[in-house]
Design a protein. Structure first.
Length: 577
């Protein structure tokens, strides 16, 4: 059956391929072996975050070839390009982590600039590590091109002493090693087997959380997020994604036709019921911002609050992404959510069909092991909870998946640290006490700069056996691999004069994940007096370069820590130029 021709008269690529004035441009294309027929077809950007930094992204270049094959077979001309990514597992616990969240904006910006600069008509984006997934989806929504997202796939679990292990186990083993409970030889043996293949971290950490979001929000093909990176079946998803973007282009279904308020709510449901990463509370508002949709941390947390948690994944549960895939993946999860009336079925998806129509095609049921029936969930409310109070007027977020309800309320004295390094050293030296609320401030998007994740510190606490005996709050972030009673995204951040900047050792802090409270036992008058005496934000070392620029531009965590006005401020849509 011949591939239908798509009229290029209104597509961006006409600006570089059509008419006598574009003869110089076409000469460049002939130089690369592109045929006359291919020049006059629609042009599809195939963007990857491939690099050699970590296993998360190492397979993306190979997978991109399958995507290009799908585009070609459907009458399009694919053009592959790459952008940066910062892998959190490498950046964790050091200065490199300051680059992580800022890289999300750089990814979105560079994909946008490449698409604009070369007038591509559609976009297939491949990403493998934490910030690259939302960064790629943000670019799709910002450009409002026909777009399909595809995840690079998760890493296979390692095996150690007869059980599955992930990189989370290695981080926690460092804490046990510091506590004297784990030898050098044991640590050496574990680090060699924990990560046995290409792919992103295997638990329901940020990468797999946002991969699930890509399906739930409709930008990725059903079940495309599930297959581990080494599986050859990923090539089939790549080919299908390349073909799918051509169908979207033909039907003029654009990213903002897919990413609606209802679609964002569907995505938040899937994060909650899988016990996903708290970072979704940052990335979903940022994606919404690109579409001009008001959807902030409080909106995300409202959905988390009334969504049951029924998918048993690490770090709070037992299983990894490979297990979820084998149990039927996100489609089965969404089928369960539909049974509870918790899915908007009329949302469009990358297949050109609605979410409801896609769920109708799902034959499998919850296995009762990885995916519990929604009628008998692990807990009745979501694995992530929003908090608010006089310590967090702009909100905060805590992951409670795997934490018993009786441990979801904590009151204790503040033990205040001015940076993650200061806190980590105190934890390593056991310079804290049972019952403390460890406070790490000056780690927000502007104040860090970069809003670092605190996994090294939280993993050390867990490794010392103190995970249930202390709580931790920060204006920074947590890894999706963080366990324990840890509150992040406290806003406003210290650098913006939020109440967290005013805390002193011994202030009594209450965290109540059941009622959604984060407060300090200080009167408004006392807080005002301390604010009047506040010396202002801590100076950082970053007075030039990308991190300085990011700190000047970045907005509040509540709205996604974004750096530009978003769709509400735009005067044109790229596809219509």
């Amino acid at each position: 059956m011949p591939t239908p021709k798509i009229d290029k008269s209104r597509l961006p690529s006409r600006h570089v391929t059509e008419g006598p004035a574009r003869a110089p441009h076409r000469s460049y294309f002939y130089a690369m072996g592109i045929s006359e027929e291919e020049i006059h077809q629609p042009w599809v950007g195939v963007a990857t975050c491939w690099n050699e930094a970590a296993p998360c992204n190492i397979a993306l270049s190979r997978q991109a070839q399958a995507v290009k094959s799908g585009v070609k077979s459907s009458g399009g001309t694919p053009r592959e390009f790459t952008t940066i990514t910062v892998t959190d597992g490498i950046a964790m616990g050091n200065e490199g982590m300051r680059s992580s969240l800022a890289s999300r904006e750089a990814i979105a910006d560079t994909v946008e600039l490449t698409m604009r600069g070369h007038s591509y008509d559609a976009l297939v984006g491949l990403a493998g590590c934490d910030k690259s997934l939302p960064g790629m989806m943000m670019a799709m929504v910002r450009l409002n091109t026909p777009s399909v997202f595809i995840y690079g796939g998760s890493i296979l679990p390692g095996r150690h002493h007869g059980r599955d292990v992930t990189v989370q186990d290695v981080f926690e083993a460092v804490g046990r090693h510091q506590a004297g409970d784990y030898s050098d030889a044991e640590l050496d043996a574990l680090e060699r087997v924990a990560c046995p293949s290409a792919g992103a971290c295997g638990g329901q950490f940020t990468a797999n959380t946002m991969a699930c979001v890509s399906e739930a929000i409709g930008l990725a093909l059903p079940n495309s997020a599930g297959a581990p990176a080494p599986y050859e079946s990923r090539d089939q998803y790549g080919e299908a994604s390349g073909a799918a973007v051509m169908t979207l282009l033909e039907r003029n279904i654009r990213a903002r036709d897919i990413v609606t308020r209802k679609a964002l709510e569907n995505a938040a449901r899937v994060v909650a019921c899988t016990g996903g990463s708290t970072n979704a509370g940052l990335h979903l508002p940022a994606i919404a911002h690109e579409a001009g949709i008001e959807f902030d941390l409080f909106d995300v947390c409202d959905i988390f609050h009334d969504t049951p948690y029924f998918v048993d994944l690490k770090p709070g549960g037992q299983f990894v992404a490979k297990d979820l895939y084998e149990a039927g993946g996100v489609p089965v999860v969404m089928k369960e959510l539909r049974k509870a009336g918790l899915i908007h079925e009329d949302c469009m998806s990358a297949t050109g069909r609605t979410i409801g129509e896609e769920i109708d095609r799902v034959e499998r049921e919850a296995d009762g092991r990885v995916i519990h029936p929604v009628a008998s969930p692990i807990t009745k409310t979501g694995g992530v909870v929003g908090l608010k109070g006089n310590l967090a007027p702009d909100g905060a977020i805590v992951k409670v998946a795997g934490i018993k309800e009786e441990h979801q309320v904590f009151t204790g004295p503040a033990r205040v640290f001015e940076s993650e390094e200061e806190a980590f050293e105190a934890v390593r030296a056991r310079g804290y006490s049972e019952g403390d609320v460890i406070v790490i401030r000056n780690e927000g998007p502007a104040g860090g700069p970069g809003m670092r994740e605190m996994l090294s510190t939280t993993a050390a606490i867990s490794g010392q056996g103190m995970g249930k005996k202390v709580a931790l709050i920060t204006d920074g972030r947590f890894s999706g691999a963080t366990r324990g009673f840890c509150v992040g995204h406290v806003g406003p951040e210290a650098a913006h004069g939020g109440p967290i900047a005013l805390l002193r050792d011994g202030d009594m802090i209450t965290i109540n994940a059941i009622t959604g409270e984060l407060s300090v036992d200080l009167s408004d008058a006392e807080l005002e007096a301390r604010k009047a005496d506040w010396a202002g934000p801590r100076e950082t070392l970053y007075s030039s370069g990308a991190l300085w620029k990011y700190a000047q531009l970045v907005g509040s965590t509540r709205k996604g820590a974004v750096t530009h006005p978003g769709a509400s401020g735009e005067r044109h849509v790229y596809m219509d130029l």
